[in-house]
Design a protein around this ligand. Structure first.
Ligand SMILES: [Zn+2]
Length: 276
C-alpha cells in the first residue's frame, strides 16, 4: 500500500491495494475520509497513519456509491458520521438483503488477492443521508458532496473547492474501460456529470480506480461517451437492430476493461437506457 500525499491536505491510496481508491481530506479541525475500499486492515492503517501524521481525528466518511469495493471498509469508521446519498443508502440496504449474503461474502473473501483483506468483515451502513447535495463547512474550508448519477443512480462526487480536489468515484476510471453495466447506470447522466466535473475549479481528480488525473482524462472519456451515444442514436433512427448497433459501438476505440465482460455489458446497458 502506498499512501500518496496529493497536496498539503489531501491524501489518497490509488495503487489498487484497497481495490476501490480511498482518500482523506484534512480540514482545519477534523479529517474527512472518502470511500472505504475493500481491504479492512489497510484501511485501518490508512486512518491511523493520517490521524498520527496530522494530529487530528476522523469525523466523517463519505461514500460515493454502493459497490462492495468502495464500502467494505466502512467498519473502520463506525465511530464517525457515515454519509451518503439516499439512493446509495437504499442500494446498500438492497445489496445487504439480496447480494451480500453470508455465502456470497465467503466467496468474495475466497477470491480476494489477500486472504486477510476481508477478515472479520461486517456490513456497516450509512448513518446519515442526503437527497442530492450535502455541504460540510469547517472554518474557511468547504466540502461539497453532490449526487449526479452516471455509474449508478446514487453516484456522488466529493469536492473541496479550497484544495481544488475532487473524488469522482466510479464515474471516472483512469485509463481503463469503466463499469457501466449496473442496473442504474445511465450514460446520459454520466455525460452531464463529467461536464459538471470539468466546469469546476479542480486540479486533481481522484478516480474510483486508477491514478490521479487532470482534466484531459475526463475530456477523453467524455469524447468517448458522446461518440457511443451519437452512434447509437443515429443507428436507432436508421432502424438498425440492437445487434448491429452493439457491434458498431464495440468498434469505437477506448481503453480495455479490467474484466472481460465489462465493455459488452456496459454498451448493452447504455443502449437500453438510450432506447427507453
Ligand atoms: Zn462501482
Amino acid at each position: 500500500m502506498s499512501i500518496k500525499k496529493i497536496k498539503d491536505n489531501v491524501y489518497a491510496i490509488t495503487d489498487g491495494s484497497t481495490r476501490g481508491n480511498v482518500a482523506a481530506y484534512v480540514l482545519p479541525s477534523q479529517i474527512v475520509f472518502v470511500d472505504s475500499g475493500m481491504h479492512i486492515p489497510l484501511i485501518k492503517k490508512f486512518r491511523e497513519h493520517i490521524e498520527r501524521e496530522t494530529g487530528k481525528k476522523a469525523s466523517v466518511l463519505f461514500i460515493t456509491h454502493a459497490h462492495g469495493d468502495h464500502v467494505f471498509g466502512n467498519q473502520i469508521f463506525e465511530d464517525c458520521e457515515i454519509i451518503t446519498s439516499e439512493l446509495t443508502h437504499e442500494a446498500m440496504v438492497d445489496s445487504q438483503k439480496n447480494n451480500w449474503t453470508p455465502e456470497a461474502l465467503e466467496e468474495w473473501k475466497k477470491n480476494s488477492e489477500d486472504p486477510l483483506a476481508l477478515d472479520g468483515l461486517k456490513i456497516v451502513l450509512a448513518n446519515k443521508t442526503f437527497a442530492d447535495e450535502y455541504e460540510l463547512v469547517d472554518r474557511d474550508v468547504k466540502v461539497i458532496v453532490k449526487r449526479t448519477g452516471g455509474h449508478t443512480a446514487g453516484s456522488s462526487y466529493v469536492y473541496c473547492p479550497n484544495y481544488k480536489v475532487m473524488f469522482a468515484g466510479d464515474n471516472l476510471f483512469n485509463h481503463s474501460f469503466p463499469w457501466g453495466g449496473t442496473p442504474t447506470s445511465d450514460p446520459l447522466k454520466w455525460v452531464e456529470s463529467i461536464q459538471e466535473y470539468l466546469s469546476l475549479d479542480v486540479e486533481n481528480y481522484i478516480p474510483g480506480h486508477g491514478s490521479i488525473s487532470g482534466k484531459e482524462t475526463l475530456e477523453e472519456f467524455l469524447a468517448y461517451l458522446n461518440k457511443v451515444i451519437s452512434l447509437m442514436k443515429e443507428m436507432i433512427a436508421e432502424g438498425k437492430t440492437e445487434e448491429e448497433i452493439l457491434e458498431q459501438a464495440d468498434k469505437i476505440d477506448y481503453y480495455p476493461s479490467k474484466r472481460e465482460q465489462w465493455k459488452a455489458l456496459s454498451l448493452k446497458k447504455w443502449y437500453e437506457v438510450i432506447t427507453s
